[in-house]
Design a protein around this ligand. Structure first.
Ligand code: TXA
Ligand code: MG
Length: 306
């Protein structure tokens, strides 16, 4: 069921159920982060392998004391600047967080989302919420309540509807597991903005032996084959394709006629879903410029194309 009843969502979560929640990035599939039975349900509904850890969502910095063993100065600076918002910090966990949440890692991903409905929900609860994106494992993340309903509607009791997601891409993940901060996933906050606050950071976005197992290559995938082209001209020449472009040009879906990166980020997952539902057999898409949010957009498109 889809609705905007925060009290109802809170009641379900208190009883140990899972509920889909809106965030500014994408919709999440939430459960009590401190309750193993709830966390197990999240993995089951998503058909997510247990080696892929979950992000824990809080609404207040004072909650951190109970959850993490250390809050390094640089992590604090980032939190001051970007929380509530699309940033996840990987920090040493305390024992209260079940190993299931972190897939046995001694570190936990923490994020303070800024969507008003989910903030209201978190305030009503005596526990933080573990929440991965509310899509079946490896599929495109949902940016509307209807997207969640389409795929998980029959598996969960409630979808809290907070409208279309404002950012449209997942949070940026910065790890403090080592002495130098490291970006593990490009997302709603660009690496450039992070470096403005804390100086140079490493990045490890994808590797054969990832620190974040969820960096697996096959991710954000459409059911149909997706190909990447380098120019708008090539896109328009692709007959029978569902074309996704931006700027000037005639495409099935224009992510942003003014080539605005924020607008492109907001629309990209919805575009991939429409392309998947279309009659075309092939999806063809042009990469964004490799700067700022463009890197996060391109990361999702490249993974979807594999
Ligand atoms: O914007 C977001 O972050 C959304 C909303 C719902 O908050 N959530 C989200 O969760 O994208 P999910 O589960 O789809 O992606 C979380 C990523 C995974 O790739 C996982 O591997 C990584 O975060 N992650 C979580 N905990 C980690 C940890 N302790 N160490 C390393 N990576 C971690
Ligand atoms: Mg996800």
């Amino acid at each position: 069921m889809i609705g905007a009843d925060v009290a109802h969502a809170a009641a379900l979560l208190r009883r140990g159920n899972v509920v889909a929640i809106p965030t500014e990035t994408v919709y999440g599939l939430a459960g009590n982060a401190l309750n193993e039975a709830s966390v197990t349900q999240i993995f089951t509904v998503k058909q997510r392998p247990s080696f892929d850890p979950l992000i824990v969502h809080i609404h207040n910095l004072s909650q951190l004391n109970d959850l993490v063993a250390e809050f390094p100065e640089q992590a604090k600076k980032l939190a001051d600047c970007f929380w509530p918002g699309p940033l996840t910090l990987i920090l040493p966990k305390k024992e209260i967080i079940p190993d299931l949440v972190t897939s046995g890692l001694p570190f936990v991903g923490i994020r303070m989302p800024r969507h008003p409905l989910t903030r209201e929900l978190l305030q009503k609860l005596p526990f933080p919420l573990a929440a991965p994106s509310a899509n079946p494992f490896t599929y495109v993340s949902p940016t509307t309540a209807q997207h969640v309903e389409d795929q998980l509607g029959d598996k969960i009791p409630y979808i809290l509807d907070g409208g279309a997601c404002e950012v449209g891409l997942e949070s940026t993940i910065v790890s403090f597991a080592e002495s130098k901060p490291k970006v593990l996933r490009f997302g709603g906050i660009s690496k450039e903005r992070i470096e403005e606050i804390i100086g140079p950071v490493d990045e490890q976005i994808s590797s054969s032996n990832p620190v974040a197992p969820g960096q697996m290559d096959k991710h954000y995938a459409t059911s149909k084959k997706l190909q990447i082209v380098s120019t708008a001209r090539e896109l328009m020449d692709c007959h029978g394709c569902y074309t996704i472009g931006y700027g000037e040009g005639d495409f099935e879906y224009n992510l942003s006629p003014t080539s605005n990166l924020e607008e492109m980020a907001r629309n990209v997952f919805a575009a991939l879903r429409l392309a998947d539902e279309s009659d075309a057999t092939l999806i063809s898409v042009c990469l964004a410029p490799e700067i700022g949010l463009g890197r996060a957009i391109n990361d999702r498109l490249r993974r979807a194309s594999r």
